[in-house]
Design a protein around this ligand. Structure first.
Ligand SMILES: [Zn+2]
Length: 81
């Protein structure tokens, strides 16, 4: 189940690749910019938001450098990753 704890509902949550962080993968809510480390990460332990994450790495936040891989649905399909 993928709910955004910030939006308190299922938001616009996507599996993403941050091109400006050496193609690092993550999961991001596009409603509130919350970022998680992975799909399986605890939703209550968001590790950052997008701007903070970029600042931690000394990179300017640029939404154009986020690649949306696939939308994370509440019940993910049973496929191997
Ligand atoms: Zn959200």
């Amino acid at each position: 189940m993928r709910m955004c704890p910030c939006c308190k509902e299922y938001g616009d949550v996507w599996e993403v690749v941050f091109k400006n962080l050496d193609d690092r993968r993550g999961v991001m809510c596009f409603e509130c910019d919350t970022v998680w480390e992975s799909v399986s990460a605890d939703t209550n332990r968001a590790f950052s938001d997008y701007e903070t994450l970029m600042k931690e790495h000394g990179v300017a936040p640029d939404w154009k450098l986020i690649t949306q891989v696939q939308r994370v649905f509440p019940t993910p399909p049973e496929t191997s990753l």
